[in-house]
Design a protein around this ligand. Sequence first.
Ligand code: SIN
Ligand code: FE2
Length: 218
Amino acid sequence: MTPDLFGDLDAPPLPATQPLAPGAVLLRGFARPDERALLAGVDEVLARAPLRHLITPGGFRMSVAMSNCGRLGWVSDRSGYRYDANDPDSGRPWPAMPAVFLELAGAAARRSGFEGFAPDACLINRYEPGTRLSLHQDRDEGNYDWPIVSVSLGLPAVFLFGGPKRSDKAQRVPLAHGDVVVWGGPSRLHYHGVLPVKEGVHPSTGACRINLTFRRAS
Ligand code: SIN
Ligand code: FE2
């Protein structure tokens, strides 16, 4: 019996849908039915656009390893943050978004009240134990009309979800394999981040957390 399953016996079940703020919701386990297809998609994308540690405009190497799929990919270098149609490492367009990615992102957005979400960018983040993502806003997109859809796979993490100001108190939201967070509308520009991922090994991903972030970048 796995510790997970054992814990479920006496803990009251957590609600499948948990509001975080107006326009923001945690969909627990929403991606679980698609986990194998999603991870196969991640492998396909990464075979063509390998993970890399980007350099921030300030010259620091990001500890989260990143890649992208879709028409546009998020990149960072000494000249700034931007979306680019080409992978700067290969000079080629980013791999297409696997169909299961598009379907899942659209379904999660719909479930959260955002009908018609058609992301053109999917950022793939890999967190090894000890890796964190400091509080930031997602504001490199051309418009803020569409939500962010964020899918967690593998090792658990604590997601920080704050408010419109960096100094606003952030909620600590534990995220497990298959959880999806959607934030848009009034919380589209809320600060968010990820606490350092704890040591561990997950049966689906090994010793890492994979996050897929879907956005409408143009
Ligand atoms: C992000 O903010 O880009 C990713 C958030 C996460 O990994 O959960
Ligand atoms: Fe973000």
